[in-house]
Design a protein around this ligand. Sequence first.
Ligand code: SF4
Length: 129
Amino acid sequence: MYKLRPHHLLCTQGYSGNGYSEDFVDNMNTITSYLRNNLNSKIEIIFSTDDLCASCPNKIGTNLCKDNFKVQSYDEKIINYFNIEEKIYNYNKIVSEIFSKITPLILEDICSNCAWYPISRCRKNILQI
Ligand code: SF4
């Protein structure tokens, strides 16, 4: 079962093949394709670095990212908007719940200062527009 930090619930949906390094992209491809294609996949939400961070050149240590201030703010916003807890979820179910509540303004509030937001398919895949 994959471990994901809260904001990666959105990244695994918006991801469209771009990333920080070859290893990162390989890992992202494996995890996103598994999660998107297995309707009953379970994930564990953790409030720390996760299985995507594991192959990221920005990971400095446990719960420590080069962009810690920024990524922790994404996590906090997801936690508050969608009442996310540190526990096991059905990935597709929690993503569907988020999709039913998210609006363009909320997505903008969470993600607008992320470098991938203008490049990846976040708006298209998450807002389904
Ligand atoms: S940038 Fe930071 S939060 Fe994002 S995957 Fe890399 S280590 Fe994790």
